[in-house]
Every structure is written in structure tokens, then in C-alpha cells.
Design a protein around this ligand. Structure first.
Ligand code: ZN
Length: 237
């Protein structure tokens, strides 16, 4: 009896390990948080509030949208970055009446990734584009200066992990927020930098191109055409 149970347990462990993509360490299969090759801080670790509501995100998504926070400023420590995540969540939930922090992830200047809405929940980070994208916020104001190399490296690793885990299409297109909405986000300096990243796409170049984005629902594109003369404000993030 003991031997049969042992063999069963062994087979179960082997199957579990094999079922995980290489990005998982395989050492903590009961842990729902995958082992990334960058520091990762879950929602509970930064004391996130519960979302008021959630909707699923259809994955794999065809787009990744890059943001900066503008405010709060760049952070470099666990304590200050957890505080930055909480302040963004409070602003989005209390100021904008959104269900949760808008971004899927935040990335800090010391190269740590903070879980926002996560991979499989619809975000609120890029008007018109939320249903087709993962939104990543590089915490800080990157209009003039570039994020540190560690912050950029962690962002690229996060995207690679998203592809490997099946949440981002292998043929994804990377864009800056300003390409899908009238905003200066993600800041001039960061925007120039992401143009050199693999998968950067010059299309769409601005809101006027959205009616040609085939991944957006037809009904939505028709609505865009009806509203195209409406002016938009110029948010900073
Ligand atoms: Zn933005």
C-alpha cells in the first residue's frame, strides 16, 4: 500500500513539474505565484485593496502598452514602491472610480515587478485599448530622463514571461500609451527608448489610427468614427 501511494505521489509530482513551463522553478508547485527571473511583489505583499469588481481579459493579448506613472515619482525600495502602488490604486479607485489600480503591473527602478491587476484581468490603463492589451507602468516621471537599466530590463523580462506563460501573443506589438490616446505618457525619454525594443510597432501612431486596428471590435470602431471629432484632454499618465 505504501509503495503504491509513493509511486502515485512520484508520478503526480513529475506530471506537475512537466506541466509547468520552464519559467517555473518546479520547486514550489503548490504556490500560485510563478517563480520569475526578477523580484516579484504580489498584491497581498504591497497590501492592495480588494477590487470592487473584475472582468476577465481575453488572452493571449496582441498588444503591450507601456506607461509611466508621472506621479508618484521613481521608487527604489520595497517600502517606497509598495507605497507608490497603494497611492496609484487609491487614486484610480477613489479619484477615477475605477474598480482597481488600472495597470496590470508596475515596475520599479530597482528592477522589481509589482502585481497590479495581473495577467488575466481586464485593465483600465488605455482608453479604447484595454480589451486587447496588457498595461505596464514604469513607476516614475520619464519625460526627460530614462528609467535605470534595471527597470527596463525587468520590464522586458516581464513581457517575455507573459509570452512564455501564454498571456501575451508571441507576435505581440509593443506601443506607448500616446499611440492609442492623446497623452504625453510614457514620457518623451522613455518613448524614444521603447522604439528600440523588439516588437515595438509604429502602428497605431495615434488615436486616429484606432479605427484601423483589426483586433478592436467592429462596433467599437464604428463608435470611434462617430466620436472622432470629440476632443480629448491631455492626461499625463
Ligand atoms: Zn499611460
Amino acid at each position: 500500500m505504501f509503495n503504491i501511494l509513493s509511486i502515485g505521489l512520484f508520478v503526480t509530482i513529475i506530471m506537475n513539474v512537466k506541466a509547468y513551463p520552464s519559467i517555473f522553478s518546479g520547486e514550489s508547485v503548490e504556490n500560485e505565484v510563478p517563480s520569475y527571473d526578477f523580484p516579484f511583489v504580489s498584491r497581498s505583499q504591497w497590501s492592495a485593496r480588494q477590487p470592487n469588481q473584475t472582468l476577465p481579459l481575453k488572452t493571449p493579448v496582441p498588444y503591450v502598452v507601456i506607461h509611466h506613472s508621472y506621479i508618484p515619482a521613481a521608487c527604489h525600495t520595497r517600502e517606497t514602491c509598495c507605497k507608490a502602488m497603494r497611492s496609484m490604486q487609491n487614486f484610480h479607485m477613489d479619484g477615477h472610480q475605477w474598480w482597481d489600480i488600472g495597470y496590470h503591473f508596475g515596475v520599479s527602478s530597482d528592477g522589481t515587478v509589482y502585481e497590479g491587476r495581473g495577467w488575466s484581468t481586464l485593465g483600465a490603463h488605455a482608453l479604447h485599448f484595454n480589451s486587447v492589451s496588457i498595461g505596464i507602468c514604469l513607476i516614475g516621471d520619464w519625460r526627460v530622463s530614462l528609467p535605470p537599466a534595471d527597470q527596463i530590463k525587468a520590464t522586458k523580462s516581464l513581457i517575455a514571461a507573459g509570452v512564455e506563460l501564454g498571456y501575451i501573443s508571441p507576435q505581440y506589438k509593443l506601443v506607448g500609451h500616446r499611440q492609442v490616446r492623446a497623452t504625453e505618457c510614457p514620457g518623451d525619454a522613455l518613448y524614444e527608448n521603447i522604439k528600440t525594443w523588439t516588437h515595438y510597432s509604429a502602428f497605431p501612431s495615434s488615436v486616429k489610427d484606432l479605427i484601423h486596428v483589426k483586433e478592436l471590435p467592429e462596433s467599437f470602431r464604428e463608435e470611434l468614427i462617430r466620436n472622432r471629432t470629440k476632443s480629448e484632454s491631455l492626461p499625463l499618465a
